[in-house]
Ligand binder design. Structure first.
Ligand code: ADP
Ligand code: SF4
Length: 704
């Protein structure tokens, strides 16, 4: 059972009229499913509730069509059309004893209303953040209407089963925050100017909400206490503190954080567990109401310390609850070793930003609860006593081994080197990526508890070795290697080079090759590796490092993980010379030739070595040998050979972990040729009520 030290985490906490069963609070987080895939959304939140969270909140719930995040999905309280899917959600959360929280939201000028085509609203005339349109300054009737929408949404949310109703003024996404912030509110009426005036609307909306639902629901204010934008914005120790002090006892709890999203959801490359404490520590001194805060908490000791030191009352988690929906249950059951700790890679954020349902590197089951019927803690029992050999103990092989082991199969996992983890072990030694080793550590920890999974290190297998091991099922998870010829996204042939040009790949550096400057890192991969290599070289003391990319942004895809500006800033601070919009035309003994992707203009720079971060090739020698032996009928007991992970399709770690899990989940299912995905059909019963003659009827209910 649980360690007594953690008892405090399981104390009930009163939030106004409701009581949470413990201090574990899954704060709102986006998931790319919301109203678009309501069954998937409900199933995902249900697993969180099952995992022991005292409160499980939704992502943003738009209160009115003038806050439309299209193409990003959101939950909507615009009319009754989505009532059933919202009910599905609150019922799923309640089924496991958690309180359901609704993050009522209005995005002001941070949205673009691409679907509803409603005018954008803002405290002042303001360009939209997203499209070449402007928001209009809200007049008094707009403000009155907004307050009515919020009140109506609060009542509707309560009627649909929510226990916690948010008043949301955070994330640099919300109208209420825009009213608070002097850099976004230069009104001259009673809603602008002094802090008291700028706080007026927030106060009114809290009072409206308390009045509407406060007798039965907890009213929680989500507030940005520091905009991290200097003295023009809200600063924690100044206006942030004053806002909380002015409204201290009005809401039932304070959920506090920094903004924007890139500061709130910092990756482990830039911030460690508990990084928001400096901004949160004063809040409990100015209110007696419970305080909720985040900081990518995965360690129960850190959580206890936050509470005992009077920083927080409730441990807010988004990413830690994604990586391990069962985090509270594991602490309660004394299984802290089993916690699958978030690695801070922000793939969960990136999947939302690219418009897909949520993925996670550590938890391949998130978003798959309904779609594929997967569960983070439960596995289908084995259907046979087949034994399986997995070759390669990278993230794909390890995940496959732990999942097959959990299913009850006998597994042999062979690894060529003495180290487990493959690319995650290697990459975690590069600058800023240390926490990524958790992908290995959790899986090795699970496997070590099983006596049906055997690991063989220093076992570089060839086809004869595999056949000798006599496992009927062989899974090849031998990974991929970075290409040395420069073939990549922009160059579909080898890059020109002289015979004496010195060329390295990220694999060489991870193998310990110590390069001498000047070094040109050519990044045609666009994700993290190019920037990480440049940073690592600088930190190793290489004096001249240049980063060349055909893209207009350094590490361009990290826009999706919210890291891009931070990466550019860090490289610039370290003295990395950055060349954007430049392809690498030729590599010579002491120089590199760059070519502008727009003008074709050429430029020669010093380079005694080149690191090519372009693309990778699967390591498939063993796979092909075994396939040939199967075809020739000389594969002994081996009946089938499969490939997963980077050996199958080189990709991000989240994808290769997913492939490892998928193999285990689908192994021994009948081969019926169907994709094993449950789609979410549009409800035809609802559609049958649709009549074209009603097409010109107003769909908006009157605000009441
Ligand atoms: P993935 O990301 O798909 O898991 P990795 O590159 O991280 O792939 O890991 C592949 C692992 O496979 C590495 O640890 C490598 O040492 C191991 N490996 C490659 N070839 C063999 C082989 N023939 N026998 C055993 N292990 C191998
Ligand atoms: Fe954490 Fe990465 Fe999973 Fe997001 S994707 S929850 S950052 S491990």
């Amino acid at each position: 059972m649980r360690d007594r030290r953690y008892d405090i985490l399981f104390e009930p906490v009163k939030l106004g009229p409701i009581t949470l069963k413990n201090r574990f609070y899954q704060v709102p987080h986006c998931n790319g499913m919301s109203a678009t895939l309501p069954r998937g959304h409900a199933a995902m939140r249900s697993v969180k509730a099952e995992g022991g969270w005292g409160a499980v909140c939704t992502d943003i719930i738009s209160i009115h069509p003038s806050s439309d995040t299209t193409p990003f999905p959101q939950v909507r309280l615009w009319d009754a059309a989505e009532d059933r899917s919202i009910r599905l959600l609150t019922d799923a959360i309640h089924e496991h004893g958690a309180a359901a929280g609704a993050e009522l939201a209005h995005g002001g000028w941070a949205v673009a209303n691409r679907y509803t085509r409603e005018p954008l609203l803002s405290p002042i005339d303001m360009p939209s953040r997203r499209d070449p349109i402007q928001a209009r300054a809200m007049d008094k009737s707009d403000i009155r209407a907004y307050r009515q929408w919020h009140r109506r949404a609060a009542l509707q949310a309560r009627a649909l089963g929510f226990d916690i109703i948010y008043v949301y003024a955070a994330d640099d996404l919300e109208l209420l925050q825009f009213f608070l912030s002097r850099r976004r509110n230069q009104r001259s009426d009673e809603y602008g100017g002094s802090l008291e005036n700028r706080t007026r609307l927030l106060r009114e909306v809290i009072e409206d909400t308390k009045d509407a639902v406060g007798d039965t629901c907890a009213v929680v204010v989500r507030l940005t206490v520091d905009e991290l934008s200097g003295p023009d914005g809200i600063l924690a120790e100044q206006e942030g503190k004053d806002i909380v002090a002015m409204l201290a006892e009005l809401p039932d709890a304070w959920d506090i954080k920094v903004s924007g999203w890139a500061e709130d959801s910092q990756s482990s490359r830039f911030a460690k567990e508990g990084y928001q404490e400096p901004y949160a520590r004063y809040v409990k001194r100015v209110t007696t109401k419970p305080v909720i805060g985040v900081g990518r908490f995965t360690s129960p000791d850190t959580m206890v310390s936050q509470i005992k030191r009077g920083i927080l009352d409730l441990i807010g988690c988004a990413r830690p609850s994604i990586a391990d929906p069962f985090l509270p249950r594991k602490i309660e059951e004394g299984r802290t070793d089993d916690i699958r700790e978030c690695i801070g890679c922000n793939i969960c954020v990136a999947t939302y930003n690219v418009g897909s349902p949520i993925n996670c590197t550590q938890n391949p089951t998130i978003g798959e609860e309904y779609k594929r019927g997967w569960h983070p803690e439960r596995y289908r029992p084995a259907m046979s006593d087949d034994s399986i050999l997995i070759v390669g103990a990278g993230p794909a092989g390890l995940e496959c081994a732990q999942a097959m082991g959990n299913r009850g199969y006998r597994v042999q996992l062979a690894e060529a080197t003495c180290e487990l983890g493959g690319r995650v072990s290697r990459e975690s030694r590069l600058a800023g990526l240390q926490e990524w080793a958790r992908v290995r550590d959790w899986r090795v920890g699970q496997i070590n508890k099983m006596n049906n999974v055997a690991i063989y290190r220093e076992s570089l297998l060839n086809a004869d070795d595999v056949i000798e091991l006599a496992a009927p099922v062989v899974v090849i998870a031998t990974g991929a290697k970075w290409r040395r010829d420069g073939f990549g996204r922009n160059n579909h042939k080898a890059i020109e080079r002289s015979a004496d040009a010195r060329i390295l790949t990220p694999d060489d550096l991870m193998d310990g090759v110590q390069p001498q400057g000047p070094i040109v890192v050519f990044d045609d991969d666009d994700f993290y590796m190019g920037g990480v290599i440049a940073e690592t070289l600088k930190r190793q003391g290489v004096e001249q490092v240049s980063l060349v990319t055909p893209n207009s942004l350094v590490s361009a895809w990290t826009v999706n993980t919210l890291e891009q500006p931070k990466i550019h800033r860090r490289l610039a601070e370290l003295g990395v010379k950055i060349y954007t919009n430049k392809n690498l035309a030729a590599m010579r003994r002491d120089t590199g030739e760059l070519i502008c992707v727009f003008s074709g203009e050429r430029e020669v720079i010093d380079a005694s070595q080149f690191v090519l971060v372009t693309s990778r090739l699967p390591e498939l020698g063993l796979y092909h040998q075994l396939q040939n032996r199967l075809t020739a009928g000389s594969a002994g007991e081996v009946k089938s050979v499969h490939r997963i992970g980077d050996a199958n399709t080189p990709g991000i770690i989240a994808m290769v972990v997913f492939q490892g899990r998928r193999f285990a989940e689908e192994f021994d299912m009948p081969a019926d040729g169907h994709l094993r995905i449950r789609t979410e059909p549009v409800d035809m019963e609802d559609l049958s009520h649709y009549e074209t003659r009603h097409a010109n009827r107003s769909i908006y209910t009157n605000p009441t």
